[in-house]
Design a protein around this ligand. Structure first.
Ligand code: C5P
Length: 294
């Protein structure tokens, strides 16, 4: 096998509790993540030499310039290739997951590249050294290796997966501006509004496939700090509210938000009603896994 083709789904956070400092500027979380069907596609091909080339394209096929030192896909490939003494790869990533959205886009790319290289070179991605490389590539990468529906704790490295037996229907929406994850956590620290919640009730509601209970339990400790950094998030939430969702909230550190609906038809109707008002609007559903080989 010389080439691996796959797609990696984005994630949203149904609950995000920040419970303590983890050191090095990081925080310990208690969060529920679910994969949703907004995906980047990744093609990874073997090279004979040790070089790593990454080409990023937007959904229209235009090149997106990201310096290698800021590109999680490049860094993950480099760490795996040097850690396991593999030869190099050519990587082409087509982005559909919005940037700086709180949907795990850069972790999705890192996880997809790790999974593809592991398949090309027969590396066990669940081995401890590969898992450490994955985690160092981004806090959401451990979740992204499997995805679906999981309770994620620690800094993001403790992932308890559950099977997703019921689909949730939603609309993901985002304005023009992105939100820096680091800046959002720093604002959270400055505000000091610790709530120290847990996700047990949310896990129960998702397992039961009860959208009304899920909607009532939606919570994100980063929403207030992110709105202070990026007030457009409040506009996005207000726009989602006009579609009468069961509830709506920001995902991750933002700036993407999502509304929950009981049916696919309601979500489609809502997305159509606001699609011209925001930069990115998409009706979507939860997915049972993040990485899908094509
Ligand atoms: O690991 P990642 O690069 O995705 O994290 C980006 C930033 O988000 C970190 O530099 C840190 O400021 C913040 N973060 C955090 N606690 C986490 C995850 C991320 O404080 N558990």
């Amino acid at each position: 096998m010389d080439t691996v083709n796959l797609k990696v789904n984005a994630k949203i956070n149904l609950s995000l509790n920040i419970n303590s400092f983890a050191g090095n500027g990081y925080h310990c979380l208690d969060t529920v993540m679910v994969s949703v069907n907004i995906a980047d596609t990744i093609v990874v091909s073997r090279r004979r030499d040790k070089e790593i080339n990454v080409r990023m394209l937007d959904s229209g096929g235009n090149v997106v310039q990201i310096e290698n030192k800021y590109n999680s896909a490049y860094k993950a490939a480099g760490a795996l290739i040097s850690g396991f003494n593999l030869s190099g790869v050519d990587i082409v990533i087509t982005k559909r997951i919005p940037f700086a959205a709180g949907m795990g886009g850069s972790s999705a790319d890192a996880a997809g590249v790790i999974a593809a290289i592991a398949k090309l070179y027969n590396v066990d991605i669940k081995s401890s050294s590969a898992y450490i490389i994955a985690f160092k590539s981004g806090s959401d990468v451990p979740f992204m290796l499997d995805g679906g529906f999981a309770h994620v704790t620690g800094r993001g490295e403790k992932v308890e997966n559950f099977s997703l037996s019921h689909t949730l229907h939603m609309v993901v929406a985002k304005g023009k501006s992105g939100c820096s994850t680091k800046a959002s956590y720093e604002k959270f620290d400055a505000l000091g509004n610790w709530r120290r919640g847990n996700s047990l009730a949310m896990i129960k509601a998702v397992k039961a496939g009860d959208p009304d209970a899920v909607a009532e339990l939606l919570n994100n400790d980063l929403q207030t700090p992110s709105i202070l950094i990026c007030p457009e998030i409040q506009t996005t939430l207000n726009t989602l509210q006009t579609t009468n969702p069961l509830n709506c909230i920001m995902s991750g550190s933002g700036s993407a938000c999502f509304g929950l609906y009981r049916t696919a038809a309601e979500a489609e109707f809502a997305a159509n009603a606001i699609k011209d008002k925001l930069e990115f609007v998409s009706a979507c559903v939860t997915e049972p896994r993040s990485i899908v080989y094509l």
